[in-house]
Design a binder for this molecule. Structure first.
Ligand code: PBG
Length: 327
């Protein structure tokens, strides 16, 4: 055969394959989402997310220690309060569950980077991500609450805030309250491109945050749309976001790639609860190989362009990187 171009030449042997890899991944880009709840002595497994737990504050340091040992340097906290009301007041209470988590985490592990999910659905009696006007979430009224939530998280020790509510204008509102309180250095990672997705199902079980009526389609995005994702990302860039997130990850790789092309900020993607649950379920039935699928899905997100990856598999992925299996 007369062939001067042979793509297989560069696939011959593990070291060569590793040398010519196009996608490099690093543990410092991993963020681990965690659930904290009121009470003591609690480490309860989330039924639809085997291997993931809800922790009370006293149990949190043990979990964080494991994480730090695995080389994961960043967490995102979700609070599960024991009291909910119409306006989600537990979300901005200085003694709220997530505020306690920030204080404890920063006390025990000052170098651990702690991010706050800024939203109301875990704290509202109706389970929507804002203040209701009838059955509609009132955008502008909600902004004041989101700003208060973000500020209270930062005052409790959050290093970064990440609004996930999908109200218009929330990045500007949060930037403004943080700046006027002297927190000009606290970055905002915006869940800018967040779709109304069934992949959040297990999370809603975990956090008890399913909407009591209706759905989130009047604020989260329609999954038929890609260009709208770019529009959302560009708007949040203008409002002062520092990092743009796309969510979910696995079924939205095209959106990640498109957003990455169109902005100059770091891009994050959140591999959500349903992605985790599918892999766990498939693997427990013996239909797929868990480790291989975790590696392949993680690499696909980085290949699409993510700089930061939020995943419930953060510890496992860090381990696979150490082994040199991916990265
Ligand atoms: C809060 C929020 C949700 C998730 C992250 N932040 C739930 C939702 O929007 O319904 C989902 C995360 C996951 O599924 O892992 N709004």
């Amino acid at each position: 055969m007369d062939m001067n171009i042979r793509p297989r030449r560069l696939r011959n042997g593990a070291s060569l394959r590793k040398m010519v890899r196009e996608t490099r991944m690093d543990k410092s880009s991993l963020i681990y989402p965690m659930f904290v709840k009121e009470g003591t002595g609690i480490k309860e497994e989330i039924p639809t997310m085997p291997g993931q737990y809800r922790y009370s504050i006293d149990q949190l340091p043990y979990a964080l220690e494991e994480l730090v040992k695995a080389g994961v340097g960043s967490v995102m906290f979700f609070g599960i309060p024991d009291h909910k009301d119409e306006c989600g007041s537990g979300a901005y209470d200085e003694n709220g569950i997530v505020q306690k988590a920030f204080r404890e985490a920063k006390k025990q592990f000052p170098d651990l980077y702690c991010i706050g999910d800024v939203c109301m659905c875990e704290y509202t009696s109706h389970g929507h991500c804002g203040i209701l006007h009838g059955e509609y979430v009132d955008n502008d009224k909600t902004l004041d609450y989101l700003a208060k939530i973000a500020l209270s998280q930062v005052q409790a020790g959050a290093d970064m805030v990440a609004p996930s509510d999908m109200m218009d204008g929330r990045v500007a509102a949060i930037r403004s309250i943080l700046d006027s309180n002297g927190y000009v250095e606290i970055p905002i990672m915006s869940y800018a491109v967040k779709y109304a997705s069934a992949f959040y199902g297990p999370f809603r079980d975990a956090a008890g945050s399913a909407p009591a009526f209706g759905d989130r389609k009047s604020y989260q995005m329609d999954y038929h749309n890609r260009r709208e994702g770019v529009k959302e990302a560009l708007l949040d860039v203008e409002e002062g976001a520092d990092i743009i997130m796309v969510k979910p990850a696995m079924s939205y790789l095209d959106v990640i790639a498109e957003v990455k092309e169109n902005i100059v900020l770091p891009v994050a993607a959140y591999s959500v609860s349903g992605e985790y649950a599918m892999i766990k379920a498939g693997a427990s039935l013996g239909y797929i190989d868990e480790a291989s699928i975790i590696c392949e899905t993680a690499a696909s997100a980085y290949r699409a362009g993510v700089d930061l990856y939020l995943t419930y598999f953060a510890k496992e992925i860090a381990g696979f990187m150490d082994e040199g299996r991916i990265g």
